[in-house]
Design a protein around this ligand. Structure first.
Ligand SMILES: Cc1c2[nH]c(c1CCC(=O)O)Cc1[nH]c(c(CCC(=O)O)c1C)Cc1[nH]c(c(CCC(=O)O)c1C)Cc1[nH]c(c(C)c1CCC(=O)O)C2
Length: 360
């Protein structure tokens, strides 16, 4: 057993309080993809270093994680990495093609290709660089805000491994679910095991909350979601909760609105993330007060000026209410967003919600 690492005392715990449903002075906010190409200082780091080298160099991963916090008074940091480091740890090559996104030169096209997938995986050996980045970042944050770790969800990772990248309609991987359900479950189980070990390692390294991104769950029907997503999402949440009940867990099953009730009743997650395809008050009705909610401003609002951003933020806050709620976009920042967008958004969330709470 290694010793527990000592970290600076946390100064802003508003995000962690909202995760647990405790009273807050204002609604906390962080933004998916808050570190990224809309920031000139990120682009200048990326000008010299390729994407996965940034992820693999703790000093650089730490530097870009902190960049958005130096600009905006965000209430949480999210470690700079990518969900596709897990397929890499399982022996699959992943490249990041500028302007196109992730690319697997040798995807898992056929059942026979599964023999190329490495399992079991020693996460300390394969993903120790992420743990080092987390520890360094948690130290350098000096307790300003909590640090979020993350992983892709098993279905989203499997679909990337099979399709070889984004941009398809997931036909091959969805085909597997109907044609090869047994092999699909075996592959999903293996990915789940690696994700759990990886997330446990992230907690040990300093992550103070974790988000599971099921970015492609919206491709699945309710029946397929129930069979191929839900059990693995619940397994991840339950195993992490059993080991670390103090760490808030966020599940973002993008667009799978029908699953909100089941996920909220599973007891596996503290927070459910939402995209913009659901009215906040409807989501709240589905989940009751069992979980906190996170989201869900349409990222395209951030192309507008301060006034429209304020109006849309106010509508969102009025529909969610200020309890058990974390403000965020419904998906990540776009590389083409103007820098003023997130600035107005963060300010509006803080000011409007503080007033709502004061006048309540
Ligand atoms: C599906 C997914 C991926 N990666 C991720 C997801 C889940 C969230 C989502 O649904 O968007 C998660 C992710 N990727 C990245 C983060 C960093 C932390 C953050 O600030 O949120 C996080 C949390 C950095 C990144 N990951 C990527 C970039 C841009 C690449 C670059 O810098 O050249 C960043 C900042 C690349 C990436 N990585 C991935 C894609 C599809 C792309 C290309 C899209 C694009 O180009 O914006 C896979």
């Amino acid at each position: 057993m290694t010793e527990k690492i000592e970290f600076p005392e946390l100064k802003n715990d508003v995000f962690l309080k909202a995760c647990k449903g405790e009273d807050v002075p204002y609604v906390p906010i962080w933004i998916m993809r808050q570190a990224g190409r809309y920031l000139p200082e990120f682009k200048s780091v990326r000008a010299d270093v390729d994407f996965f080298s940034v992820c693999r160099t703790p000093e650089l991963a730490c530097k870009v994680t902190l960049q958005p916090l130096d600009r905006f008074p965000l209430d949480a940091a999210i470690i700079f990495s990518d969900i596709l480091v897990v397929p890499q740890a399982m022996g699959l090559e992943v490249q990041m093609i500028p302007g196109k996104g992730p690319h697997f030169p040798n995807p898992v096209k056929e059942i026979s290709d599964l023999s190329r997938v490495k399992y079991p995986v020693n996460v300390n050996e394969e993903l120790g660089y992420v743990f080092d980045a987390l520890t360094l970042t948690r130290k350098n944050l000096q307790g300003r805000v909590p640090l979020i770790g993350f992983s892709g969800a098993p279905w989203t990772l499997m679909t990337y491994c099979i399709e070889g990248g984004g941009g398809s309609n997931m036909a091959t991987s969805k085909g597997w679910l109907y044609k090869h359900p047994k092999e699909a479950h075996e592959f999903l189980s293996k990915i789940t095991r690696v994700c759990i070990d990886y997330l446990l390692g992230q907690i040990k390294a300093g992550a103070q909350a974790l988000q599971i991104f099921d970015s492609w769950s919206n491709e699945l029907s309710p029946a397929l979601f129930k069979e191929f997503c839900l059990p693995y999402l619940v397994q991840i949440g339950k195993e992490l909760k059993a080991a670390h009940p103090e760490i808030p867990l966020i599940c973002f099953a993008k667009g799978s609105n029908f699953a909100l009730e089941d996920l909220s009743k599973s007891g596996a997650y503290d927070v459910l993330g939402l995209d913009w395809t659901i009215e906040p008050s409807v989501a709240r009705q589905m989940v009751g007060d069992r979980v906190s909610l996170q989201g869900n401003l349409d990222p395209c609002v951030l192309y507008c000026g301060d006034q429209v951003i304020r109006e849309e933020t106010e509508k969102m806050l009025k529909s969610f209410g200020t309890k058990r709620y974390i403000a965020n976009l419904g998906h990540g920042m776009h590389p083409t967003h103007p820098i003023e967008g997130p600035e107005s958004f963060v300010k509006a969330v803080h000011e409007i919600s503080e007033n709502m709470i004061k006048n309540n």
